[in-house]
Ligand binder design. Structure first.
Ligand SMILES: [Zn+2]
Length: 497
């Protein structure tokens, strides 16, 4: 007698093999059998016409606090995500007071929450109050830099400060973080030199962690930034993950051809270099960071590339939701100001926490990066404000519907590998990202003929069509398209079961 049997699914193993028609038996939190299962079960799901894939692992999440404050993490659960890897772009969860300050623009901590001590304390907080899905974490560079240097300092750390940062990274890694992340366009990480990052990446490398980076430049200086990123991994002796691989700004379209070649060359030299991607031509970020990086200036455009004011949508304006969904261009016209001055006025009126979506990538580049074998999938989702970038709700079904079924950019088995087995391997998540006897029962069931995202820039907060069931550690967190509110997730520590 099994706890659960999923019958007649087309089962994808997550390792890239084609789907096979099979039943899946689940006992407790693990898969116990795959194939023709004769036994009875407490519950049986008929999955005829549905694909069964390992639950999706979102390697690029910013939901460090959401998993505690909104433990359903609905935008993730409905799109088949069963594990999020938080702490990206240098925004890490510990120490908690520095994290709260650092994260202000992108996520808010529960004001009643107790401070946690280090990453060990954050992990215990997740253990005590588990969300619907699993969580793994990166140590974030900004947060440890802010804590060690007493704020945003536009200088190199003193030897003592660097030693303090190294201790904080070591603490996180010892507690079970999967690596170190940076975001070298944001404050305060942008003030670090390469040597500082290498020193910290060594602490991750010493404990089998990887180096994950929102690079110093994704526009004119993209290729130099890729070189720096790979060089940091090479110097420190660890694997590298390039976050949200792209080329921003019309003048830079096509440069991903070269950045992909650089990844191939690093791999050929024996390095573990890979990347992640969200399937859209707009990014989302803080308006403050775009202004600071010269996006609307008269020059050639800085590290975040150029976007014209009609390509920028306000996603989240704390206290003024009526402005959300408007373009920057609409304010340019209303105030008769240049783009940069318009953006600065919005910041002075509404604060530096304003989030925007900014177009500026090429669809051809998106497809080329997606098709490359170095690319796995991540959302980079920020479910803030009334008009969040739709990637927070639609990334995975969009890949499966638009890019697999409609456009044939990836085969279904390959797409599933990039959403499950590939990230589990890269981020050392043991017994996750695959469907086989003994693996954890993190499973998503979807209809390959109908699955599609329904999150748009105009109306973003919609789950997908065609993805009825999501199972985490053997429990349904989504059943018939509805969240069950089950708190089935766990804190995952590097390499541990
Ligand atoms: Zn980023």
């Amino acid at each position: 007698m099994h706890d659960l049997i999923i019958r007649n699914a087309t089962v994808f193993d997550g390792a890239g093999s084609p789907g096979v028609s099979a039943d899946i038996a689940i006992d407790g939190d693990r898969v116990s059998a795959v194939g023709e299962v004769q036994d009875a079960a407490a519950e049986t799901v008929d999955a005829s016409g549905l694909a069964a894939a390992p639950g999706f692992i979102d390697v690029h999440s910013h939901d460090d606090f959401q998993v505690l404050t909104e433990p359903d993490v609905t935008h993730n659960a409905l799109q088949g995500i069963t594990t999020v890897i938080v702490g990206n772009c240098g925004f890490g969860a510990a120490p908690s007071d520095a994290a709260e300050e650092q994260m202000k623009a992108i996520q808010q901590i529960d004001p009643s929450a107790e401070a946690w001590s280090g990453y060990a304390g954050y992990f215990e907080a997740v253990d005590r109050n588990p969300p619907s899905l699993n969580v793994a974490a990166l140590v974030g560079h900004h947060t440890v830099r802010r804590a060690a240097m007493g704020g945003v300092e536009k200088r190199a750390p003193s030897p003592d400060e660097l030693a303090a940062m190294r201790r904080m990274v070591a603490e996180g890694m010892e507690a079970g973080a999967v690596g170190l992340s940076t975001g070298l366009v944001y404050e305060p990480g942008r003030y670090s030199e390469t040597a500082e990052v290498v020193a910290l990446a060594e602490e991750a490398a010493a404990r089998s962690g990887i180096y994950v980076s929102h690079m110093r430049d994704e526009a004119d200086g993209l290729l130099n930034a890729v070189q720096e990123t790979i060089g940091i991994g090479s110097s420190a002796g660890c694997g590298v993950e390039i976050s949200h691989h792209k080329a921003v700004g019309r003048d830079n379209w096509g440069k991903v051809t070269r950045s992909l070649e650089m990844i191939e060359a690093a791999q050929a030299s024996g390095m573990d270099v890979t990347a992640d991607q969200y399937p859209y031509t707009a990014r989302t970020t803080m308006l403050f960071a775009l202004v600071q990086n010269g996006t609307f200036g008269s020059g050639s455009g800085g590290a975040m590339g150029r976007s014209s004011p009609d390509e920028v949508l306000l996603c989240s304006v704390p206290g003024s939701p009526e402005l959300e969904g408007r373009t920057l261009q609409s304010f340019v016209e209303e105030w008769d100001l240049p783009g940069e001055d318009t953006a600065k006025r919005i910041l002075s009126d509404h604060g530096n926490e304003v989030l925007v979506a900014a177009f500026g990538m090429d669809e051809g580049d998106v497809r080329m990066v997606m098709a490359h074998p170095s690319t796995m999938i991540g959302t980079d989702g920020l479910d803030r404000g009334s008009k969040p970038h739709p990637r927070a709700w639609g990334t995975y079904p969009r890949i499966l519907g638009k890019y697999v079924r409609e456009e044939g950019i990836l085969s279904l088995a390959d797409a599933i590998w990039r959403m499950s087995g590939f990230p589990a391997k890269k981020f050392s998540l043991k017994d996750r990202g695959e469907i086989r006897p003994g693996a954890f029962a993190d499973i998503v069931l979807f209809d390959p003929e109908t699955v599609i995202d329904r999150a748009t820039f105009e109306d973003p907060r919609n789950g997908p069509d065609g993805m009825p069931h999501v199972i985490v550690n053997g429990q349904f967190i989504v059943r018939n398209g509805e969240h069950t509110h089950a708190r089935a997730g766990r804190m995952l520590r590097r390499g541990e079961e």
